[in-house]
Design a protein around this ligand. Structure first.
Ligand code: ATP
Ligand code: AH0
Length: 381
């Protein structure tokens, strides 16, 4: 019988809005039972420190360098993750000994796939000591070492979820709209093709932060009052990222928000919401077959203007578009769940990425383990 692990995943994504915590029971393959989850927001001062961290990271040439504020930031980020785990355990009356492993993403501060350089700050050994649970971390590096883009890693989990769907129209495409968007297309034969699909919420977030002093456009309301500026939208959509033969993974800074003079507040937000949706469909043109079902996950699905545009674009292809919840999942917890699932796959030496997901030369596993002594005594059957 397959080993079943209880795993917690921790995600601090490119939006830098906070830490998502989610728990699963899984064998790292077809068996997935989703358990509790919660999110802990970063305060504005810590978000500012993370943003400074992205600036300081530009000086990194080797992935273990921590110039400027980064060493202190890595320590504090790790402590915040430890606190989030302790809070999660307390809230749900779970003991550390009930959890077999934690999958720790950390915070991406630099991602340059063309230079095979990706840096997630987060000290796995410190986290394992703090919470008393083994930790799997740094799961992107081995993919890059084997010629992969280092992202996206979530597709293998999307594929596991797709198997739980009730008689869907295939292919099914999971779209994750975080700071950056990515998609995973799963065929009826379980084959997966995945890639980053464009800027997600990051442009909208930066636009409304600069021009309205708020972290995101709640519900897409500001956008709903504006109109799409076609020339501005095309400036983004004409980026070679969409037409290049090769699918590339994105750094948060690969697409920059418009200049102040390019638009007024609501037209800018409206145009960027359209760009978010249209980018996904431009990228989807690289799939062999247009998906028949789209499942929308990630914080971007809370932006009604983005969702309206996605609906319209899906409608043109005759596809059905569902939110993660309509498909029976939790769209806010999915990435954290994925990191729990990936941690279990890592412990079992199973591949995390595939030629069809990151362009890696062959299926490869990944991740480093901290606090490993405990692992072999804790896997339950
Ligand atoms: N109520 C809401 N209305 C509009 N947008 C929202 C709402 N809630 C969240 N968002 C958007 O979702 C973002 C967070 O999404 P999510 O947590 O999926 O991203 P992430 O995991 O940080 O990014 P990535 O997947 O790129 O690593 C916020 O920055 C915001 O733009
Ligand atoms: C380098 C990095 O952190 N990339 C993130 C980012 O955020 C979304 C998109 O770009 C995605 O490819 C990836 O995260 C998700 C969780 C992934 O690896 O699947």
């Amino acid at each position: 019988m397959a080993e079943i692990f209880t795993a917690i995943g921790l995600m601090s994504g490119t939006s830098m809005d906070g830490i998502d915590v989610a728990m699963l029971e899984t064998d790292g393959e077809g068996m997935v039972v989703r358990r509790q989850n919660l999110s802990v927001s970063y305060d504005p001062a810590f978000r500012d420190r993370l943003k400074q961290g992205l600036e300081d990271a530009k000086a990194i040439t080797k992935r273990d360098e921590r110039p400027g504020s980064l060493a202190g930031l890595e320590r504090d980020l790790t402590q915040r993750h430890a606190e989030a785990v302790r809070f999660f355990l307390r809230e749900n009356n779970i003991l550390p000994g009930d959890v077999d492993v934690v999958g720790f993403h950390g915070q991406t501060v630099l991602h340059r796939p063309d230079e095979a350089l990706t840096v997630q700050i987060g000290d796995g050994a410190l986290l394992a000591r703090e919470i008393g649970i083994p930790v799997v971390y740094d799961m992107r590096a081995n993919d890059m070492a084997h010629g992969g883009q280092g992202a996206p890693l979530v597709p293998v989990y999307h594929a596991a979820l797709a198997r739980n769907l009730d008689n869907p129209q295939w292919p099914v495409c999971f779209v994750n709209i975080g700071g950056i968007s990515n998609l995973t297309c799963v065929g009826s034969d379980s084959a997966i093709v995945a890639f980053d699909s464009g800027p997600g919420n990051t442009l909208i977030d930066q636009w409304v932060e600069t021009h309205a002093g708020i972290p995101f456009d709640q519900g897409g309301r500001i956008a709903s009052e504006g109109r799409v500026l076609p020339a501005l939208a095309e400036r983004y959509l004409a980026n070679p990222f969409f037409t290049d033969e090769k699918r590339r993974s994105l750094d948060r800074n690969d697409f920059r928000p418009p200049e102040g003079g390019d638009a007024e507040l609501s037209d800018g937000a409206r145009t960027l919401a359209f760009v978010t949706a249209a980018a996904i469909f431009r990228s989807a043109e690289h799939l062999d077959e247009m998906p028949k079902t789209f499942v929308i996950c990630g914080g971007g699905r809370h932006n009604d203007t983005v969702m309206k545009d996605l609906m319209a674009l899906a409608g043109r292809t005759g596809a059905t578009l569902l939110t993660a919840e309509q498909a029976g999942f939790d769209g806010d917890a999915m990435e954290a769940e994925a990191w729990a699932y990936l941690a279990v796959r890592s412990l079992k030496g199973l591949p995390l990425t595939f030629p069809g997901t990151t362009g890696v030369e062959k299926p490869v596993t990944g991740g480093l383990v901290a606090g490993a002594d405990a692992i072999f005594s804790c896997a339950r059957h």
